[in-house]
Design a protein. Sequence first.
Length: 306
Amino acid sequence: MQKFLEYASSQYYDGTPVISDEEFDRLADLYNYTSVGTRSTDTDVPHLFPMLSLQKCFNLTETPFPLRNAVTTPKLDGAAVSLLYSQGSLRLALTRGDGKKGKNITEKMRTLVPEKITDTRTFQITGEVAAHANIPNSRNFAAGSLNLKNLSEFKNRELYFFAYESTSNLHETYMEELDYLSEQGFRTVLTDDTSSFPKDGEVIRLNSYTEYQSLGETAHHPRGAFALKERKEGVVTTLNNVIWQVGKSGVVSPVAILEPVMIGDAMVSKATLHNIEYIEGLGLEIGCKVEVIRSGEIIPRIVRRV
């Protein structure tokens, strides 16, 4: 399953996900998978500061720090990007990549963010490139756009950059820093309306930079922030059979035939299984018990063998 999750993570950051966010989160939790991003290549460029992930919480009863001095912002579902500014100009823009290195997308990002700012220091701004939620598969649309080779085609796409972090160390609080970025001409997750953009939870972080930095970080995530996500409750049923069907694109994929079970307001008797690697990774066998969720409240998916 680790190999499959590496593949799923790589496809996700390339804008061509093979499983839903709910499935990935559940499988990553079950199999203790903590890697972020895609594997870097020889042509990738280092970020000035690593782009860490966020630890996930699914309720507010066991948070990693007290919430009395915390700030809540929307967790936009787009593609993470870093921007390097120096001497008042945009010098470099990179995709997340593996968090340490990413692909150079500077020319594309010049069309979405200020080329010139009044701040002449050297610092990194990180944020999310997002598309409106009414665009089909808006997250994939945003991430896939960053891989386009044709700059003119990229310019014609309706995309937006929202800043959510800065390494400038100019202010005492996170809220003041995002207000400052807004004054410099950036959209931010705190100061701008994000209601029409897709989200996959909320980000809760300490407002004081002193408190935030005092907690430090792991190799994977900062300790002073976390993503609050909703975990879909699964239902256990029996895997009765597996059949193979041909999709519209001609790809043959497996489908689970389940003992019918109610999930929410729908009776479910089938679920997608993606491919043989997914089946083997979960250790599925005919007659075994499985946990099923409805991804996005629509598509039934098996997330584990019980």
